[in-house]
Design a protein around this ligand. Structure first.
Ligand SMILES: [Ca+2]
Ligand SMILES: [Ca+2]
Length: 259
C-alpha cells in the first residue's frame, strides 16, 4: 500500500513539472517564418505548414473566454505573410472600439519605424500596400496578411494580439507571451520573426494532409466567394497607422464547412 502511495505522489510531481514546462513559450521569443508565397484569401496555404506554429496561449487583460489562436508566417523577396487561425464560438463586433471587437492587431518594425496595424474592417490603409483578408469559419475566423517590407537583415520585429470579445466587451487579449500585453505601446518588447530556410518540399504528394487542406481551402473559397460583403473603410483611433490590418471577424465572408 505504501508503495502505491509513493507512486501516486511521484506521478503527481511529474504532472506538475510537465504542466510547468509547457505553460508558455519564452519571452523575447524568435519564430521561424518559412520560405514561400501565400495567397491572401483567408485560407491556410500549403507553404505555411513548414513554418513554426505560434500558439497564442498567454492570456492578458482579463479572464480566458475559450478563444484559441495560432499563427504561421512565410516570406518571399517582396513581403512576409501571416496567417492567424482563431477558434471563437461567440463572434462579436458590437462595441464601438476596434480593440473591443473580435479582431487581430499586428504590429511590426519596418526600416526602424514602428508600424501599427489597426482597422476594423476587411479593407486596409494603403500606406504600405498591404493586403488583408478575414474569413469566417465554422470554428471562428481566419485572418491573413501580406506585408511588403524593406528590412534586409533576415528578420523583423513584430507582435500579434487577439482581442477576444463577446456581448459588446473584450474579455481578454491573447499573445504568444504574457510580456506582449503592453506591445501596443512598447515596441521594445516585440518578438522576432526570422526568415528561415524552412520550406515545403516541392514534390509534396497529393495524399499529404497539408495538401488536402489546401485543396479544400481553394474549393471553399470558390464556393463562397460571393457571400456577404463586409463593411469597408478603415477606422482610425487617433494612432498613426502605417498599415491597417487589425480586422473585425464579424463582417467577413462566411465559409461553410465542406462536408
Ligand atoms: Ca491563403
Ligand atoms: Ca469572441
Amino acid at each position: 500500500m505504501k508503495l502505491r502511495k509513493y507512486l501516486v505522489l511521484a506521478l503527481a510531481v511529474i504532472m506538475v513539472f510537465a504542466t510547468t514546462a509547457t505553460a508558455s513559450a519564452k519571452a523575447d521569443a524568435s519564430w521561424d517564418a518559412a520560405k514561400g508565397t501565400a495567397v491572401i484569401d483567408g485560407q491556410m496555404d500549403d507553404v505555411y505548414t513548414a513554418a513554426q506554429e505560434m500558439k497564442m496561449e498567454a492570456v492578458s487583460d482579463g479572464e480566458a473566454d475559450g478563444t484559441k489562436a495560432s499563427a504561421w508566417a512565410t516570406y518571399d523577396a517582396d513581403a512576409f505573410y501571416i496567417f492567424v487561425q482563431v477558434e471563437d464560438s461567440q463572434l462579436n463586433d458590437t462595441n464601438a472600439n476596434a480593440y473591443e471587437k473580435d479582431s487581430i492587431e499586428l504590429r511590426f518594425v519596418n526600416n526602424g519605424q514602428n508600424v501599427q496595424a489597426y482597422a476594423v474592417s476587411e479593407t486596409f490603409d494603403q500606406n504600405y500596400g498591404a493586403e488583408v483578408k478575414v474569413l469566417k469559419t465554422d470554428i471562428g475566423y481566419n485572418v491573413e496578411y501580406k506585408i511588403p517590407y524593406t528590412t534586409a537583415d533576415g528578420s523583423v520585429k513584430f507582435s500579434l494580439q487577439v482581442n477576444a470579445c463577446s456581448d459588446g466587451k473584450r474579455n481578454c487579449t491573447l499573445h504568444t507571451n504574457e510580456d506582449l500585453a503592453n506591445a501596443w505601446q512598447n515596441s521594445d518588447i516585440f518578438e522576432t520573426l526570422v526568415f528561415s530556410d524552412k520550406e515545403v518540399a516541392a514534390d509534396t504528394s497529393a495524399d499529404d494532409a497539408a495538401a488536402e487542406t489546401a485543396d479544400e481551402a481553394v474549393e471553399t473559397v470558390a464556393d463562397e466567394a460571393t457571400t456577404e460583403v463586409p463593411d469597408t473603410g478603415v477606422v482610425s483611433f487617433g494612432l498613426v497607422f502605417g498599415v491597417g490590418a487589425a480586422v473585425s471577424a464579424v463582417g467577413a465572408v462566411v465559409s461553410k464547412r465542406k462536408k
